[in-house]
Structure formats: C-alpha cells, structure tokens
Ligand binder design. Structure first.
Ligand SMILES: [Zn+2]
Ligand SMILES: [Zn+2]
Ligand SMILES: [Zn+2]
Length: 158
C-alpha cells in the first residue's frame, strides 16, 4: 500500500517536472497527503497539519505555495463543498460532489453524470460548464426518508 502511494507520488512529481515545476520535499509531502486521503476533502489547513505531522520543519506558507504551484500546473484542483473553506483534490482523482444541506453528507459522482447537461448548455448557450468547481447542494437519500425532518434550508436566524 505504502509502495503504491510512493509510485503514484513519483509519477505525479514526474508530471510536475515535465511541466516545468520543481519537485520539492514540501510538494512531495502535499501530494502524499492528498493521495492518502482522497475522500477526506481536506482544506488547506488540514493539509498543512498533515504535512507538518510528517515534516515539522515545513512552514505554513510553503504548503500554501506548494498547493498554488500544484494547482497552476493542473495537478491539484480545489472545490467548494458549501459555505466552509475550499477543499483540495488531485486532478487524477477528480469527481463531482453532491452535498446534503441537512446532514452534510458528501456523495461523490463521476463527471459523466453531467455529460448531457454539459452538452446541452454548450449547444444552447455556447457555455462550457466546469461542473466540479462547486458542489451541487440538496438533500440526501437518508434525510429525505426521515419524514420528521421536513425540508428546510440551512439558513440560520435571519
Ligand atoms: Zn471529493
Ligand atoms: Zn474556487
Ligand atoms: Zn442528509
């Protein structure tokens, strides 16, 4: 398992170098953290904590810069799951998110679910959607089946 992760880190770092990026220790650690927790939807603060658990000498700003560099190179992308801080994914593990407004559950679905909508909007409006950038909010199967909790928005006191 650890070896498989190592191989993937090495291959992503190779990708990074071929795009003119530098393969620093902080970038290696950042990629490792993202690879090891693909479904944990880590915020930049979570990533900093995890990276520093491995390499305490890495400065917070270094991790921010590593994330920015990895994003510029298309290796990492951030997504907004709701009102909180954005979370990070390796682009190789990208998927669309459905987020329940009631319980916060995150359902991951493949991009292909949006293919038809994507084609329709492109044909009708000439607009190319980026369906992954924001989550689709709604109510999950579990909350919908719980009848005592009628549909309410997540808006707090106005
Ligand atoms: Zn995700
Ligand atoms: Zn954004
Ligand atoms: Zn729910």
């Amino acid at each position: 398992m650890a070896d498989a992760i190592d191989d993937r880190v090495t291959s992503i770092l190779g990708q990074l170098r071929s795009h003119g990026g530098r393969a620093t220790a902080a970038r290696r650690a950042t990629i490792t953290v993202l690879l090891e927790a693909p479904r944990n939807h880590l915020s930049s603060e979570d990533i900093i904590r995890e990276v520093r658990a491995r390499q305490p000498e890495v400065a917070e700003s270094t991790v921010y810069r590593a994330l920015a560099a990895l994003e510029d190179l298309g290796v990492v992308e951030h997504v907004h799951l709701g009102h909180g801080p954005s979370t990070y994914h390796l682009t190789g593990q990208a998927h669309q998110h459905l987020v329940c407004r009631q319980c916060g559950r995150v359902v991951e679905v493949p991009d292909s679910e949006f293919a038809e909508l994507s084609e329709r909007l492109s044909a009708g409006y000439g607009f190319e959607i980026d369906p992954r950038h924001f989550a689709i909010l709604g109510r999950c199967r579990h909350c919908r089946s719980r009848r005592r909790n009628p549909a309410t928005s997540d808006a707090g006191p106005a």
